[in-house]
Design a binder for this molecule. Sequence first.
Ligand SMILES: O=C(O)CCC(=O)C(=O)O
Ligand SMILES: [Fe+2]
Length: 528
Amino acid sequence: ELFTAIAEVEHLLETHKRIIDDLDFYIDKEEKRLSTLKRHLNLYKREHEKAMEDIPNYLGNPINAFTLIKRLTTDLDHIEDSIKIGTEYIKNITMNHEDVKYPALEDLTGAAQALTRLQETYHLEVKDLSEGLLNGVAYSSPMSAGDCYELGRALYNEKDFTNARDWMKEALRKLKEENVPYAFTEVDVLEYISFSYYLLGDTRSALEWTQKLLAVDPKHSRAKGNVPHYQKSIAEEELRLRKQRRGETGEEPPEEKPAELSAYAKERKAYEALCRGEVDIPLAMSKRLTCRYMTENHPFLRLAPIKMEMMYLNPDIVMFHDVISDGEIEMVKRMASPRFRRAVVHDPKTGELVPAHYRISKSSWLKDSESEAIARISRRVSHMTGLSMDTAEELQVVNYGIGGHYEPHFDFARKRENAFSKQGGNRIATVLFYMSDVAQGGATVFTELGLSVFPVKRAAAFWLNLHPSGEGDISTRHAACPVLQGSKWVSNKWLHQSGQELLKPCNLEYQDESMIRPIPRPVPKTSR
Ligand SMILES: O=C(O)CCC(=O)C(=O)O
Ligand SMILES: [Fe+2]
């Protein structure tokens, strides 16, 4: 699960370096297979050099991360195969280095899925990505035909046939341009494209691409066998449609009504538009948003007022600026990284904590007692929020991986989950420290409110998750958008209900009911 945090992917560069050293040696020994091997080596070197110039920036780019993992999985397999044929000396590169980390197939798949997630969320074109462009600007090294092919294969194996087909088409285009030998052929690519079409239910296109394949390799037996099968199913479909038009089937012709979006699809659309920064909060509200120095809540603040920026009113969402120092950030990262575990979520069916595709990050927890710096951060949270830390959770430190994200969720537990009953009640408030800027993507977005908050290093977002009645406030639903470029670090401090009775007295009210309902739906600026 290296792909789930950028910090972990950094270790792969050591591994990467070992491969370079070995290949250098091997090439001296054996000239025959050098043409293929040297091509690999040069690519490894070139990319490694680029990586070393600015490691976080290099690995923060999901294409670089994907191709790095590919170079250490499938490409490495090919390299090993080619080496095994002739040499006595290097039988198996990976066996020579048991002390370094190797990514697994799961990492390749994770990185491939991250790329399609970014493609979909940020409306990126396959061709731009494969040329290493983002909004017309250089984003990564261009991808090779082999990169596109392996990406397509990883997606095909995960049954994402639409994206697999598109990446295979790109592999085909590049293959014709590049003219370098690969372990796969044009025919292999054509077969993936036609079979993806077939599995997507587009038999006509499947047939069309199979015929292209047979033009290249007329003896291909699987393709030859599929042609009559495709033709038959196309003929049957035509007959069925003709009968239906004549009203002979007894079936009702399908009603032409616009497809209703499911609640999930609607939220997804709002989430993605917010991630792209396409949604503005209503003008009437933005006029009322202010910035000020906060001196209340604690006498300490009179000496060191906190810069407070209102991001949203009712529910109030605020950003406190410069509330964690660079030194503290480095310290928190250093303490948290060795204990990183893949982030988990509550499985409502079993009540267990499990990893999930909708939350891709690594995290760990830091106690106040571990260091004065952590205790100081907790005290600052108390000053900022005016709330008691007696029942607060430990500091959760999070680093998002390649395309890392956290889909829309509530921070509070729903009644039926009752997950916090023993922990001083539900999570009354969230303080979210941003411990890095994020070059592109990675916003925190509130899907019910239509608010995007872009990370600002050293700042912290703060909001209440519960109504004064103690009921969860559903308008606080939020998400962490996929990281498009960079490594995103945040820390969460969750405050619980117990201990706040005198500071935030509960009552039977919802927060300012008249203003809060109905919840304004975000309106995307552009429609798809
Ligand atoms: O990383 C973010 O922007 C939000 C994280 C979050 O919502 C969470 O960890 O609960
Ligand atoms: Fe959250």
